[in-house]
Design a protein around this ligand. Sequence first.
Ligand code: PMP
Length: 352
Amino acid sequence: MSFKWMKNVREVTPYVPGEQPQQGRVIKLNTNENPYPPAPEVARLAKEMDTDKYRLYPDPEVTELCDVLADYYEVKPENVFVGVGSDDVLAMSFLTFFNSEKPVLFPNITYSFYEVWADLFKIPYIMQALDTDFRIKTEDYQVPNGGIVIANPNAPTSIAMPLCEIEKIVSANEESVVIIDEAYIDFGGESALSLVNKYDNLLVVRTFSKSRSMAGMRIGFAIGNEELIKALNAVKGSYNSYTMNMPSIILGSESVKDDAYFKETIGKIVATRERTIAAMKKMGFSILESSTNFIFATHEAVPAKKIFDELRNQNIYVRYFNKPLIDNYLRISIGTDEEMAAFLEKLASILK
Ligand code: PMP
């Protein structure tokens, strides 16, 4: 059907998230969620929440959460910006910092939302090819550009880039903002947070969705030079003043306080990851070196799509990307030991 107003509609190709099956018993290893619950105090506070407060708008400056994060990461509250998941923080950053005629640079295999935001905001971009081992080539980001965004560790490859390479990129681009998306950094790799006081063009973006087990609360944040944060807040305040809802602010702040639990769950996930990798290698898989809570694997004989379909038929969800260069790979999020044992058992029967 065609309506007369259609010529004025913005045409977009949206990002396609992994499936979120709403019912039935499934083993969900397709969206890199954390298999463990958030910190125990979060559950207690959620039960005791004073719902009368919901009459009021939340704090537009999200002071409580910015303060907690500033304290934890040893920066000033003025260095912290908070948003509705790191997707919101990244989208806001694209809108704020990528306004040049020159192209924004990011890898050809990376978080596919970067391309979607660039298209949505009409930002010119170039996707730089990874090398044949799926690694980012530092020299590709030392050419004229209007901004840079790099996921470190990268997704879906799971590979981390050494901090000295990131620093080369940041220091070579003082006229552009370099965004390092550290959604998975707590599972491996070296954070660029140690560089934010040294470089005023570096913005590090993080999320509560993976290592902090709070994907459902939608909390992300950025840390960077005070002027970068001011610019982000100005754009946010021109779009929607109240992005962060009250429960997310309260429960997110609480979760940061329990560092022992945070480190314990990360440790469990990393141990399960290494056991899963060892078991899959014995089955004939090649697996990229993972610094994340997922692995990226290809089998020597059986096509990835076939494994994906058969696992799905048995209610085990992993992620398959029907895209050039990676269409024979599976991205598998790390679940609990029990979930991974069930996954490995089904995998063995499929490969037989
Ligand atoms: N960056 C990367 C690299 C991701 O994989 C994801 C998760 N899909 C995000 C950002 C966004 O995560 P969230 O919006 O849940 O914080």
